[in-house]
Design a protein around this ligand. Sequence first.
Ligand code: ISE
Length: 340
Amino acid sequence: MTNDLRVGIVGAGLMGADHVSRVTHRISGAVVSAVIEPDEQRGLAAVAGAPGARLFARLEDALDAGAVDAALVATPGRFHEQVLRPALAARLPVLCEKPLTPDSASSAAVLEREQELDKPHIQVGFMRRFDREYAELRGLVAGGGAGELLILHCAHRNPQAPADGYTQDMLINDSVVHEFDIVPWVAGSPIVAVDVRYGRRNSLSPAHLREPIVVLMELANGVLAEVEMNVSAQFGYQVTTEAVFERGIARIGQPAGLQLWAEGRMAVGEHAGFATRFADAFDAQVQRWVDAVRDGRLVDGPNAWDGYRVALACEAGLKALHTGARVEVPNAPRPPFYGG
Ligand code: ISE
């Protein structure tokens, strides 16, 4: 009998299956004790990769069976609120994949329930905060080593639309959602307004998408951040940031690894998807969460308030996407319960 944290993975799709493998093979101090998935075939496939894990159709059933100490929610975002409700009622620590919920109203409902507990129980899966280079860039901003930060140039490039059913709105609430969290975190200032601009459409984009787009964020401290959101880049998966300071330039996310000069050419590999580009970040995120749950802190990273603020930014981004107007993001000071 070990005292490993018994984690229930909720949702056995692409991300859920990835987390089953991660917790089983790369995270210390935790085991997958349950997979919660209504699709039995998909659930059985996930359980097969987690020795000793049981399959349940609903989180409530796993809770009734006393099968889990914590939950990692990897369902589509539209199901998050209905999973978080019983988890909070059971005072279960949760790592919830982004987004917290698809909109600010449902995120606010989650916050209201969570604030009835003694402390935050939800960590939100904005894994880029655990990427070494983003953390170094944040340290450079905070330390002032190159002067004040002025501008961020971000590129978020997927080789093709990330999944079947990927919609125009998902450019914002499934993809740029990452920049809506990581930009304020790196810059140390909240987003106050969002603009979206359309240029020439990529003829290789799926017929229903109009992209790439450029998303412009204004931060409260005056920093401007622009994001090229591109889901038809073809060559690979690339997430880069160039930071312009008063006295210097910093770049992260550049292609790295073996460089090959041969036959009059030079080449370096590029990622094919987020799973490898952020593999270390995903592992660090889950390990830090498991360690925090085991020592009673429960959360070591973005909390539900961060998820709520991102939901507000996504709503402004969607309005800007559809109107072409500059849309302000409502101010939402962090309450003391969430470290404000
Ligand atoms: C996907 O859901 C992710 O979270 C990836 O990190 C992002 O690059 C991709 O665009 C999204 O669709």
